[in-house]
Write a protein that binds this ligand. Structure first.
Ligand SMILES: Cc1cc2nc3c(=O)[nH]c(=O)nc-3n(C[C@H](O)[C@H](O)[C@H](O)COP(=O)(O)OP(=O)(O)OC[C@H]3O[C@@H](n4cnc5c(N)ncnc54)[C@H](O)[C@@H]3O)c2cc1C
Length: 97
């Protein structure tokens, strides 16, 4: 169980570094569409995977509306849909590579 927490903590740390770099680029007027799309799809995929693990760690309680982690699962799912789906983000990226 503990290694799942370690994996999640590592993924979140890497995602934070990536997002911070994108924010720096945005403030400098240097954030391109491909990089923004990479951040959008990859970070939200990591979020969904991480929350999915958290739901599993809660066992059956993770699927009950009374538990915050259940709400977080729904919230993380929609992150991959709005402002352009993750498939569309990958479409943007593939056009530039
Ligand atoms: C909670 C919520 C809030 C939202 N808020 C906003 C908002 O504030 N402003 C706004 O403009 N929109 C908003 N939306 C709309 C959102 O941007 C769209 O739902 C999203 O772009 C997907 O479009 P769609 O629902 O028509 O699905 P579809 O376009 O029908 O897509 C369905 C599925 O097919 C995939 N797909 C579609 N085309 C391709 C393709 N060419 N290649 C590969 N896969 C593809 C999609 O990735 C998706 O998984 C919101 C949606 C939700 C759920």
């Amino acid at each position: 169980m503990y290694y799942k927490l370690a994996e999640n903590a590592t993924a979140m740390r890497v995602a934070q570094v990536f997002v911070d770099d994108c924010i720096g680029k945005l403030l400098a007027g240097k954030l391109d569409t491909e990089t923004a799309s990479m951040a959008n799809y990859w970070v939200t995929d990591m979020q969904q995977q991480g929350i999915d693990e958290c739901v599993r760690l809660h066992g059956g309680y993770g699927c009950m509306n009374e538990y915050v982690v259940c709400r977080m699962f729904a919230d993380s799912h929609v992150q991959r849909i709005y402002v352009g789906t993750n498939e569309v983000m990958k479409d943007h990226i593939s056009r530039s590579v």
